[in-house]
Design a protein around this ligand. Structure first.
Ligand SMILES: Cc1ncc(COP(=O)(O)O)c(C=O)c1O
Length: 396
């Protein structure tokens, strides 16, 4: 189609800032535009294409689609059950509910937690959520997204949410009470700028959850499925969540999300309480099964830990050499934030001109979320070019 951007503006609601590039195909860690230019993809469709642009996902998709594409949740389906089983075997969870996205996973978790609370008292419906968190853009998940810039135009949001300062124990204590039914938390705030939770904060959250009998919901929509070097980021901490929400990379690029639920609350939702026409679609789950097997049956997680540690070490050396440009480097595995203050847009522009696609978040952070399958050569290529760009910014 000619003038794709023009037609896009004409026919699609203006809710997204589009890149100028028009991508024609993708393979491995690279995207190719319509003029044949090749770009190293350092953001994997915002942490979705964790296995890179892997053609084997197409085989999983076609394999299932050739049997049947959709039946409805009135029917059991092999890939759906197999994926749930593999998720449970590789986590704290005893049961799974499938959705189509991150926001839907959090919506389902909110409903489960509110019903959990109501078993004890009519008023036990309060949700705790951190300032600067991100949990999605539908009404419930937006209400627990502690950022006014996303919420302001859409009030009133669902009531009964109390906010606390991330990593601030006193603030959490002030927010929690006997009416709390759940605490929602990201282990690493992604949209909030790659900020990691402390073990001390988790310890206090666990203590309060016992004192007041509420559920701890960990949002791993961005951190999950190997992104941080563990299958789930919570595994690095000494506790077991009640619920984990996931999506993004779970379906390898096909819409899929899930709510992982521990034994404690697996009986809360019953027939008719919640549902989704497409949630747990057989084709999505066949792709999810391929993705999860590729993580748990290979050395991928160890490789992510090594590649992440290498990248962070090299970026910290760059920070020492260019303190005017790089203020901070943080993160874990292949979820890395580089605080470059007001140089973000310039760095992204220069990178694109040198065939690297970079993502940013929280105004000042370059967020590196490459495919987990990125090779050492590709990482070296990125580091060489990134250093050239930082030098260029430093000399301007
Ligand atoms: C931590 C977290 N939770 C939830 C969401 C919402 O996911 P979705 O865009 O699939 O609704 C996101 C999206 O960026 C996220 O990063």
């Amino acid at each position: 189609m000619k003038n794709l951007h023009e037609q896009d503006r004409k026919y699609i609601l203006n809710t997204y800032k589009r890149e100028k590039l028009v991508i024609e195909k993708a393979e491995g860690s690279y995207l190719y535009d319509i003029d044949g230019n090749k770009y190293l993809d350092m953001y994997s469709g915002i942490s979705v294409n964790n296995l890179g642009h892997d053609k084997k996902i197409v085989e999983a998709m076609v394999g299932q689609a050739s049997k049947y594409i959709h039946l409805s949740n009135y029917f059991v389906s092999e890939p759906v059950v197999s994926l749930a089983k593999l998720l449970a075997e590789n986590s704290f969870a005893s049961k799974v509910f499938f959705t189509n996205s991150g926001t839907e996973s959090n919506e389902a978790a909110i409903k489960l937690c509110r019903k959990y609370g109501k078993q004890f008292s009519e008023n036990k419906h309060e949700l705790l959520s951190a300032y600067n968190s991100f949990h999605g853009r539908t009404n419930g998940s937006l209400a627990i997204t502690g950022q006014e810039k996303y919420q302001n135009s859409f009030s009133p949001l669902i009531p009964g949410v109390r906010y606390f300062e991330y990593n601030n124990i006193e603030s959490l204590k002030d927010a929690a009470n006997e009416n709390t039914c759940a605490l929602f938390l990201e282990i690493i705030q992604g949209e909030g700028g790659i900020v990691e939770i402390s073990q001390k904060f988790i310890d206090e959250a666990v203590r309060l959850s016992t004192e007041y009998n509420f559920l701890i919901v960990i949002d791993e929509v961005q951190t999950g499925m190997g992104r941080t070097g563990d299958l789930f980021a919570y595994e690095k901490y000494n506790f077991s969540p009640d619920i984990v929400t996931i999506s993004k990379s779970l379906g390898g690029g096909i819409p899929l999300g899930a709510v992982l639920v521990s034994e404690k609350s697996e009986e809360v939702l019953t027939v008719g309480d919640h549902g989704s026409t497409f949630g747990g679609n057989p084709v999505s789950c066949a792709c999810g099964l391929y993705v999860l097997e590729s993580i748990v049956n290979t050395n991928l997680l160890e490789e992510v830990r090594q590649k992440g540690a290498f990248l962070i070490k090299k970026l910290n050396s760059l920070k020492e050499n260019y303190p005017n440009i790089i203020k901070d480097v943080r993160g874990r595995g292949l979820m890395i934030g580089i605080d470059v203050k007001n140089h973000v847009n310039r760095i992204k522009e220069l990178a694109q001109a040198k065939n690297i696609l970079l993502n940013s978040t929280a105004d000042t952070i370059i967020r590196l979320i490459p495919p987990l399958s990125i090779s050492q050569d590709e990482i070296n290529q990125f580091l060489d070019i990134f250093e050239e760009i930082i030098l260029q910014c430093n000399n301007q």
